[in-house]
Design a protein around this ligand. Structure first.
Ligand SMILES: [Zn+2]
Length: 411
């Protein structure tokens, strides 16, 4: 920074969530140095954003970059969840690191330009694909660090306990820089043994756990209680998350209350993945299908850390997606009958509480915090969320990381 400037970045006339009027935000060395009206000082980059809403960079806690953008290779997966797993399994052997990198980069760039600045990528490891997807992910993490903090969660999508090679690959990836471990007990020949092994590995490697769980609408069995029990036994409270947990959409009020209390006590977070959950669940009920998405806002009311995330983009699990977390939160609110009085809670699920799930330090717009900022083309929180406002620009650690000028009519 030249000595003549007091700041690296100065955003003039920003509107903040819950704030009155407009404020300036000043950034020095990647951190927010001051917030207030009409700040004095100069900056290497000064931008008047005209009263638009500024949010902290959004947080996608659950996405599969390695199997995104596969629609052109398998248009018709059919068959719901099993069909989708089988379709990708059939393609996976042919994945090269370069192929995974190119498809992952396409999805990552879309997400960045939708305002995402933190992301947990779930990456499949097994003898079919080896470490190739993981290698691509470590390159993506490095090459896009200017715009996004990518956290790599390695997991066995197609079972673990039937073949010792799977666990060896997970351990190798953890040794080579994977950030945390995932799981998928419902596809394992021995779900309980998989849970036992992933907890043992998480403790041995001192990493968090994020597990695909309870992905159907049959309330007669569940792995959620076992996960909570193992979390408390391992002393891993606050370090375990589960994704899907859609059985929570199929149980009665009393059972949901019981599960909420248990999740809160165990410090187990829950992520709803509305696009995939809506697309794959309840197919046997045809036009009468229920929504099949975990009611995470009710869990949050009971003290559970929750997030809403993307999961899949343009593949057999979810043949939709643009990487927009505001759109995903909007979809969640819409299907859960949540109106403007709860839009802020839904926005939290792709920002503040999602950051808590990922244990991101110094998250949020406050003096001293990391200057990860996006400017939305809206001047009001409810309009931004309800209307799915686009980000116009983003600043990662105070440095401009993307621009996305507003569309204009040409009369
Ligand atoms: Zn997933």
């Amino acid at each position: 920074m030249p000595q003549t400037h007091s700041f690296n970045l100065l955003l003039r006339n920003a509107r903040l969530r819950g704030g009155q009027g407009v404020q300036d935000i000043a950034v020095r060395q990647g951190r927010i140095a001051a917030i207030g009206p009409d700040l004095t000082g100069t900056a290497a980059l000064e931008e008047d954003i005209g009263g638009r809403l500024v949010l902290p960079g959004l947080v996608d806690t659950h996405i599969h970059l390695d199997k995104s953008c596969l629609l052109c290779r398998c248009r018709d997966a059919g068959g719901g969840l099993k069909g989708a797993i089988a379709a990708v399994s059939g393609l996976k052997r042919a994945f090269t690191a370069e192929d995974v990198y190119q498809r992952g980069a396409r999805t990552l760039e879309r997400a960045i330009m939708q305002g995402t600045m933190h992301m947990r990528a779930h990456v499949e490891l097994d003898p079919l694909v080896g470490l190739r997807s993981f290698e691509a992910m470590t390159r993506l993490k490095r090459d896009y660090a200017f715009a996004i903090d990518l956290s790599i969660c390695v997991f066995p999508q197609e079972g673990m306990t039937h073949d010792p090679a799977v666990e060896r690959l997970l351990v190798q990836a953890l040794a080579e820089g994977a950030d945390l471990l995932g799981g998928c007990p419902y596809t394992d020949a021995d779900p309980s043994l998989q849970m036992e092994r992933i907890f043992a590995l998480a403790v041995a490697h001192d990493v968090d756990l994020d597990v695909h769980l309870d992905f159907d609408l049959d309330p007669s069995w569940s792995h959620l209680e076992e996960i909570c029990r193992r979390t408390m036994a391992a002393g891993w409270q606050g370090r375990v998350a589960v994704g899907h947990a859609t059985k929570l959409a199929a149980i009665d009020d009393a059972a949901l209350e019981r599960m909420t209390a248990l999740l809160a006590e165990a410090g187990v977070a829950v992520t709803a993945l509305p696009a995939t959950d809506l697309y794959l669940n309840g197919r046997d009920l045809k036009h009468r299908a229920s929504r099949g998405v975990a009611p995470v806002h009710l869990l949050a009311d009971g003290g559970v850390t929750v997030s809403v995330a993307t999961n899949n983009v343009l593949n057999p699990f979810t043949p939709f997606g643009d990487g927009s977390l505001i759109r995903m939160g909007n979809l969640y609110a819409n299907l859960m009958h949540l109106g403007p009085e709860r839009f802020g809670d839904c926005l939290d699920m792709v920002s503040t509480t999602a950051a808590r799930l990922m244990r991101i330090a110094d998250y949020g717009i406050a003096v001293g915090g990391q200057a990860d900022l996006i400017v939305l083309d809206a001047d009001d929180e409810a309009d931004a969320f309800g209307g799915i406002a686009f980000p116009l620009m983003g600043f990662k650690r105070g440095r401009r990381s993307f621009v996305r000028p507003a569309a204009m009519l040409v009369r």
